[in-house]
Design a protein around this ligand. Structure first.
Ligand code: 5GP
Ligand code: MN
Ligand code: MN
Length: 327
């Protein structure tokens, strides 16, 4: 999906008194950044605004202004308008999203995933945008709303995290112009980078130690497993982001990297990354997930062994496909 109805979206905001903002489960820097950027802007306009995501705010993003206002669940309320950010499909918005959908008159779908399924009433979906935060920035520009530092900080966080510090292949001169504008408003690039990108608890390293012996490189696909046993001692494994796949993607001989994380004995979370020219989003989509060409994910039923046997051949095929397109 690629459609941005700026005017309709602005009219919906202006007509609304009460607004609920939701984002995707296991929220990353862009999910929280885009949601808080919206929240801080709409609050300044004296709207009655709520922001919620299942399980609430990850600790590493607690430095963002008003981050503690993010609710971990929704049990009451009705709203004139719901805004969903950074979520390519409805299940991705979790229980909070389901509750908000059932209790909101109008839904804005704000996103930057090419795999967006087109749910909701008004679309602000731009797959050219490097982050949902960029879509928020563009929207407020179109609407003529003045940004403050409180809005700029979370938006810069979304931009920095989804581009891995302005290093992904979709970064354009315009991306840096937006970053420039956000910094000029007082958002600190070094603080955002240190807190949102270059930060991990030691527990993560202990899990890497357990997981690394499982690493394999076959047909241009580098893979690793994170089993339940590997995560013993981790306080809250459901919320932990291990970041191993990004590091595996940097291996020269690998075109695609995949980490299989055992969430339950019969449920495996896949984290997929690829080099430029190789597309993992179609594999993720075929498995019921989604994402971007270079970074995608899905959760698949089956044991670790079953899921590996099902998924790895698809990834070998994606490597071949990429090779064909490069020639
Ligand atoms: P990660 O590996 O960091 O969990 O996910 C990478 C990207 O893949 C996310 O930013 C998101 O775009 C996408 N993604 C991950 N898991 C899912 C999923 O279960 N469903 C969908 N639709 N997208 C996912
Ligand atoms: Mn995200
Ligand atoms: Mn995003």
């Amino acid at each position: 999906l690629n459609q941005t109805n700026w005017t309709e979206a602005t009219q919906a905001v202006e007509a609304a008194q009460s607004i609920i903002i939701v984002t995707h489960v296991s929220p990353d820097g862009d999910a929280i950044g885009s949601a808080l950027g919206l929240y801080n802007m709409l609050r300044q306009q004296d709207k009655q605004v709520t922001v919620a995501v299942d399980e609430g705010l990850p600790d590493f993003l607690a430095f963002l202004p008003n981050a503690t206002d993010i609710q971990p669940s929704l049990t009451s309320g009705t709203w004139d308008l719901m805004i969903s950010t950074d979520s390519s499909d409805e299940p991705r918005t979790g229980k909070c999203g389901a509750y908000a959908r059932a209790h909101s008159a109008t839904i804005i779908n704000l996103d930057h995933h090419a795999t967006n399924t087109g749910f909701g009433d008004i679309y602000l979906v731009n797959p050219e945008a490097v982050s949902a935060a960029e879509v928020v920035f563009d929207w407020w520009g179109e609407a003529g709303y003045a940004l403050t530092r409180e809005v700029a900080m979370p938006l810069l966080t979304g931009l920095v995290t989804d581009t891995l510090g302005f290093r992904t292949s979709n970064v354009k001169p315009r991306t840096l112009e937006i970053a420039h504008d956000l910094m000029a408003l007082g958002a600190s690039l070094t603080e955002v980078t240190a807190r949102a990108l270059e930060s991990r608890p030691y527990q993560v390293v202990t899990v890497w130690k357990q997981s690394l012996p499982s690493v394999m490189l076959v047909n241009g696909v580098i893979s690793a497993n994170i089993t339940i046993a590997d995560q013993v001692g981790v306080e809250d494994p459901d919320r932990m982001e291990y970041g191993l796949v990004g590091w595996l993607r940097e291996v020269n001989e690998a075109m695609i990297a995949v980490v299989f994380t055992e969430e339950k004995p019969d449920e495996i979370k896949l984290s997929l990354r690829s080099k430029r020219g190789y597309d993992v989003s179609q594999v993720a989509l075929a498995l019921g997930g989604g994402g971007h060409k270079q970074a995608s994910g899905a959760t698949v039923k089956g044991t670790l062994q079953e899921v590996r046997e099902r998924v790895l051949p698809l990834l070998y095929e994606a490597v071949k496909q990429g090779e064909l397109e490069i020639v």
